[in-house]
Design a protein around this ligand. Structure first.
Ligand code: ZN
Length: 316
């Protein structure tokens, strides 16, 4: 499905959205809690803001927007943070898909796509652990963690699933197992966070992660790549990804990247530190990313609709 979508675009590049949390924060919402952007779901003001941000991205040029369910992997967090019942918690996660779909139906009803975001297990732990990995959990345990949210978002009919900011090989293989066993006809992508030009956040090489994800003959992801990573590492990682894909049993797998704007996440203070790139600088990188094989492009933390508008000028 993503092949067809990318091929339908004027230059063969499909655009994603940028950061959701960044936009909600700049609208005055406090996301410093276990649920992050999902904390605003289900309130009138919050729902309106989430839908507004999705609409802004579709309007800026995004073909695919990702839902506010990134950090809603642990349903018990809704109980801890907001005192909700389990039933209401499930409704809030479902809401994330409904809001993105509503934005799509408003702005790009014919061709827009909704990707249900499933962040790493580490996003449900304190201190930004999705940027470290090495959870010491088995594939089966990580698959069990991902199942409840997956079942809720899939019941709402998204177009695909975005497994994002995965820091390690074991978790990536676990989510592929979940999709193969339980949702064998649902398209999905697998995206890692990385800490260098060669390594994902856990310290494992990106090459071995790609090889492991694409090793299974049955229902592999349609795209694989890098997100929430500093732009300066991305070209090298894409070259490694392209090589690993070409040597895998699924050489047609697409490459995607949606790096952050270049700042660094401090899990302790829950703040971004350092200066990110300007939208113009950031957009200049994308020429190289496309030369390195990326077919799906967007932004992660601290990127905005202004970044996506610039991508639209270059790539649409
Ligand atoms: Zn991010």
């Amino acid at each position: 499905m993503l092949h067809r979508v990318a091929a339908s675009q004027p230059k063969g590049i499909a655009l994603l959205d940028g950061a959701l949390g960044t936009e909600l924060t700049s609208r005055g919402f406090d996301l410093k809690n276990e649920l992050w952007s999902a904390v605003v779901l289900g309130t009138e003001e919050g729902d309106r803001a989430v839908q507004d941000v999705h609409e802004a991205y579709y309007r800026a040029g995004a073909l695919i927007c990702t839902t506010a369910s990134y950090q809603a992997g642990d349903l018990a967090a809704f109980v801890r943070v907001l005192g909700l019942t389990e039933e209401e918690s499930r409704r809030r996660v479902a809401r994330s898909v409904q809001l993105c779909r509503r934005a799509r139906d408003t702005v790009r009803p014919r061709e827009g796509l909704v990707a249900a975001s499933c962040g790493s297990y580490g996003a449900s732990l304190p201190g930004g652990q999705e940027f470290h990995g090495n959870f010491g959990m088995s594939e089966a345990e990580l698959e069990a963690f991902h199942m409840p949210r997956l079942a809720i978002v899939l019941a709402e009919g998204p177009d695909l699933i975005a497994f994002e900011t995965l820091p390690e090989k074991t978790e990536a293989v676990a989510v592929c197992n979940a999709m193969r066993r339980h949702f064998p006809s649902m398209p999905y992508w697998v995206s890692f966070s990385a800490k260098s030009e060669t390594e994902v956040s856990s310290g494992e090489t990106f090459a071995e992660c790609v090889a492991a994800v694409l090793a299974s003959a049955v229902h592999p992801p349609e795209a694989i790549g890098i997100n929430c990573t500093q732009p300066r590492y991305v070209s090298s990682l894409l070259r490694i990804g392209r090589e690993a894909i070409s040597q895998s049993p699924h050489p047609g797998t697409l490459l995607l990247c949606y790096p952050n704007a270049g700042a660094v996440w401090d899990g302790e203070s829950q703040n971004w530190t350092g200066n990110g790139s300007s939208p113009e600088q950031w957009c200049q990188y994308t020429e190289e990313w496309v030369m390195c094989g990326a077919k799906i492009l967007g932004g992660c933390c601290n990127t905005t609709p202004a970044h996506i508008s610039l991508l639209k000028k270059v790539w649409l």
